[in-house]
Write a protein that binds this ligand. Structure first.
Ligand code: NDP
Length: 325
């Protein structure tokens, strides 16, 4: 039987933005409810060393940081529910969200903090070999490539970080980038270029994943990558055991389409210096609205802003109700 739960503030998402919104909302006595979604803890749970979250002089582990944020949110009074919101209605009063198993959450305010997820190239062969040699998460799957040759596609911080992480296991890591320079930070690039297990193939794209497909004869797995040089059009087959795609992320905003204003890429649009969305009482924080910084610390900052703005909204709403009575 589905249940209905009302809260002053419903937080959807459990990354740094969601947990920080929860901590501030709980401390403002709003008794927040946080629905944690499909990947509790968000993207930091699939990363390893975090060196840029302030307050920790030594590197910390991403999953540990998220456990701490969760524990902190709970200690100050957040109710954390393991559910996945599949539908929303922001026009009703109170606003409404529906969970995976039919539970209904009604709320005076909502903070959208559903983050972003890994982007794929969209090749049919990539789809076929997902989980059988093609991955978007080195931290999750790198362990399987001990003494193997793997390639990483991409030229941003994620690609470089994944490539460096994979050197812990693989015998050789080849980074393949579509241009002739990386967009990753200089310090990351230096580490990459200095590493003797790493080489880089420039101006090239992955055209096809080759191997034994699952369901076919023999052990399923990747055996080679067909790589095309975009400047010369020369195609080569590179023998590899694993392929890691690290080409960025897409905001997880599918269920909010048509409910709040978004840009063409699905990032939620809002007022400057604010987490307000196009709907009064609905706020967006973190990677769902930020395609520029996308850092744990900036997401946390926006989570804080969202809770403070929601608190103001609720106070105003309560004042209006009292005056009307
Ligand atoms: P980015 O958007 O920064 O980089 C994506 C990379 O993938 C780019 O090099 C891009 O190429 C390439 N790419 C995109 N689409 C394709 C495609 N279809 N085919 C081939 N290549 C493609 O994403 P990241 O995930 O690397 O980083 C996102 C944000 O997170 C950044 O702000 C980054 O700084 C941050 N980050 C920080 C980390 C840290 O500080 N430790 C770790 C990881 C991420 P092109 O360059 O040509 O556009």
């Amino acid at each position: 039987m589905s249940k209905t739960k009302h809260t002053k503030i419903l937080i959807i998402g459990s990354g740094p933005a969601g947990y920080t919104a929860a901590i501030y909302a709980a401390r403002a006595n709003l008794k927040p409810v946080l629905v944690s979604g499909m990947q509790p803890g968000g993207q930091l749970t699939i990363t390893t060393d975090v060196e840029n979250y302030p307050g920790f002089a030594d590197p910390i582990q991403g999953p540990w940081l998220m456990e701490q944020m969760k524990a902190q949110a709970e200690h100050v009074g957040t109710e954390i529910i393991s559910d996945m919101i599949v539908e929303v209605d922001f026009e009703s009063s109170p606003k409404k969200a529906v969970g995976n198993n039919g539970d209904i959450y009604t709320a005076d305010t909502i903070v959208i903090a559903t983050g972003a997820q890994a982007r794929w190239l969209g090749l049919p062969s990539e789809e076929k070999f997902k989980g059988y040699g093609v991955s978007a998460c080195a931290t999750c799957d790198g362990f399987f490539y001990r003494e193997k040759h793997v390639i990483v596609i991409g030229g941003g911080n994620s690609a470089v970080e994944e490539a460096l992480f994979l050197t812990n296991f693989a015998s050789k890591v080849t980074l393949i980038h579509r241009r002739d320079e990386l967009r990753a930070e200089r310090i990351m690039q230096d580490r990459l270029f200095k590493h003797d297990k790493v080489d880089v193939i420039w101006d090239s794209v992955l055209e096809e994943v080759l191997g034994n497909p699952p369901g076919g004869e023999g052990m399923p797995g990747v055996t080679a990558a067909r790589i095309k040089n975009v400047k010369t059009d020369v195609v080569t087959e590179l023998p590899v055991d694993g392929i890691f795609i690290a080409i960025g992320h897409d905001p997880a905003t599918q269920i909010f389409k048509g409910h709040v204003e978004m840009d063409d890429e699905g990032y939620i649009l809002g007022a400057p210096d604010s987490t307000k969305t196009s709907v009064p009482g609905v706020y967006a924080a973190g990677d769902v609205k930020d395609k520029v910084y996308r850092q744990a610390v900036t997401a946390a900052g926006m989570g804080c802003m969202a809770a403070l703005e929601a608190d103001k909204f609720i106070m105003q709403m309560e004042e209006d109700t009292q005056q009307a009575a």
